[in-house]
Design a protein around this ligand. Structure first.
Ligand code: FES
Length: 570
């Protein structure tokens, strides 16, 4: 069998002026002649940044990858791409996920590399990198940052995000002092790594493992565990082999892999954010995934006892056996699908053993019987909305009540704690203007705070409806991703305080109980908010972003382009 010529040879294999230029400038870093002898050139796509604290360990991991690439006879070259620090970026890191994806795609395409190791971790970095890499379709493999060590404070474990929401409500209720609140900050984040709850970062890492896009155990090994460095080394070795085998994302990212991701997301009690990221990734590789497909996870039991749906943290999940145990528990439910190892996903589970059955429950004795996300539709969400029952109050999942509407995030912030806010524990809080176009960027504000007056009465959950997302570390009866969003003219734009809304997770419905005639009158008087940005990336984003049910990708980025780049710059 004749091997496909290496892509990198079009840069480094020529004996003309172009070859001279490509090699000579690289040699200024001290690479010897034999680095250009036709061996696979492996790009290490790094989202390291001090402004993305969750990814601040990736420089060390890149060194581990390089060891493995050299050992396997490859030539590693590390390159930076935009980094998205979830807790640091305004207006929201999600606004920039597609920009990172473009950066990754164009960097991979423009340089003379044969395969890529994607180093990411913080929430949007993993999907952004995968979307970009999938659109170029060179052999690619993921190494994640890994979670922080368990948070520790006043003798207890505390979890990133989840306990922030709890502490913040406790301060508002007068149950926690500001001094204690500030002190908990330092105990929560004790090492490099991503949030150590089953937030979006660990959800995406778990999904990446369930899709076979990384080496087994990648999701849960703590960021500072020496075994993660060894995993990076082994990943470096494996990507060289993958280039020789021409094993590409399109061989791995089949419909079966997406279905496995949905099943795994349910079993780990994963983040609602996985929905938009999987829909966007599917769009890149031409898999016709829709919101309806997420219903296959509906009856999957919750196996992983991690916050926010359970009580443990990612370090405990790792010591209990991690994702290989979850995949083994899913057993025959898993769809046959190829992985970066070249074999079937079932092979990941080979030899997996569970060391703590309270952290990873057996399929037959789960934490909750049905943990998958519920998709809701109705005249309030014609293109769908989602809710995460495992993080919700069961009694509120079948609910009808009057709405109290916040027209924007500013309206909410200014009024939520007013003593005279006319709400009861039954009221359905509605927030508009937080979808992809409206905010813009679809921020994680869907888990609106409970009004202070009700918090003081002991209320900890209410039904909340919006076109926003919610942090993977958050919880509550929160209906998210309403599509179309208010700013795209969805029916959400027409809701008024006092309207009745009915939600039923059982029947999968979300309805605004207002007559069609009245809605038509309101629509005639409606106009979208004026655009907040008139230039730059934000304008491009607002002009071209798809709605949540299409993954909020930019319309012109859907699909891929695998054509060779033939033109030279010199
Ligand atoms: Fe980066 Fe949670 S904020 S992973």
């Amino acid at each position: 069998m004749t091997k496909k010529p290496r892509r990198s040879q079009a840069w480094y294999g020529k004996s003309d002026k172009d070859g001279f230029i490509h090699r000579s400038w690289m040699k200024n870093q001290g690479f010897p002649d034999h680095a250009f002898d036709g061996r696979p050139v492996i790009g290490i796509c790094n989202t390291w940044s001090e402004l993305t604290p969750c990814n601040s360990g990736l420089r060390e991991l890149a060194e581990g990858v390089k060891r493995g690439v050299w050992e396997a006879g490859g030539f590693p070259v590390e390159f930076p791409v935009m980094s998205l620090g979830e807790t640091q970026m305004k207006p929201t890191a999600m606004l920039f996920r597609n920009l990172l994806a473009m950066d990754v795609e164009e960097s991979i395409r423009a340089y003379g590399i044969d395969g890529v190791v994607l180093l990411g971790g913080c929430d949007k970095t993993t999907p952004g990198q995968l979307m970009g890499a999938a659109s170029v379709d060179l052999p690619s493999i993921v190494v994640s940052s890994g979670p922080m060590l368990n948070g520790k404070w006043q003798g207890s474990d505390i979890g990133s995000g989840t306990d922030v929401w709890k502490f913040s409500e406790a301060v508002r209720a007068g149950d926690m002092t500001l001094r204690d609140f500030m002190a908990a900050e330092s105990g929560m984040s004790r090492s490099k790594g991503v949030c150590m709850t089953m937030g979006t970062a660990s959800t995406m890492a778990s999904i990446v493992e369930a899709m076979g896009l990384c080496l087994p155990t990648n999701a849960a090994l703590p960021a500072v565990d020496a075994r993660r460095m060894a995993l990076a080394h082994l990943t470096g070795k494996r990507i060289v082999e993958m280039v020789d085998e021409d094993l590409k994302p399109s061989d791995i990212l089949t419909r079966a892999a997406f279905e496995n991701a949905i099943l795994a997301n349910a079993a780990v009690g994963g983040s609602t954010n996985a929905v938009v990221h999987l829909l966007a990734l599917a769009g890149r590789v031409g898999v016709d995934l829709t919101l309806k497909d997420f219903e296959i996870g509906g009856d999957i039991p919750l196996l992983v006892n991690c916050m926010p749906s359970g009580r443990y943290l990612m370090e405990d999940f790792c010591y209990a056996g991690g994702m290989p145990v979850v995949l083994k528990e899913l057993g025959d439910l898993l769809r046959s699908s190829r992985t970066v190892l070249g074999g079937d996903i079932a092979a990941y589970a080979d030899g997996a053993e569970c060391w703590n059955r309270d952290v990873i429950r057996p399929f037959g004795d789960p934490l909750k019987p049905a943990a998958g996300l519920r998709v809701l539709r109705g005249n309030l969400a014609p293109d769908g909305a989602i809710v995460k029952p495992s993080a919700a109050t069961e009694a509120l999942l079948e609910h009808e009540a009057e709405a109290y509407v916040f027209e924007s995030i500013e309206d909410l912030k200014a009024n939520i704690d007013r003593d005279d806010l006319p709400v009861t524990p039954d009221t359905i809080l509605v927030l508009k203007g937080c979808g992809p176009k409206g905010y813009p960027g679809m921020p994680e504000v869907g888990n609106m705070p409970i009004p202070a007056r009700l918090v003081k009465q002991g209320v900890r959950d209410m039904v909340r409806v919006s076109d926003a997302r919610m942090s993977g570390t958050a919880y509550g009866t929160v209906i998210l991703h309403v599509a179309p969003e208010a700013n795209a003219g969805g029916p959400l734009a027409l809701v008024q305080t006092g309207d009745r809304i009915r939600i039923s997770a059982k029947t999968g419905t979300l309805d605004l109980l207002v007559s069609d005639e009245e809605l038509a009158t309101r629509r005639a008087a409606w106009a979208p908010d004026p655009p907040r940005y008139d230039r730059g990336y934000a304008r491009l984003y607002v002009d071209t972003v798809l709605q949540a049910d299409r993954g909020a990708d930019l319309d012109f980025l859907v699909g891929k382009d695998t054509r060779p780049v033939t033109r030279e710059s010199h």
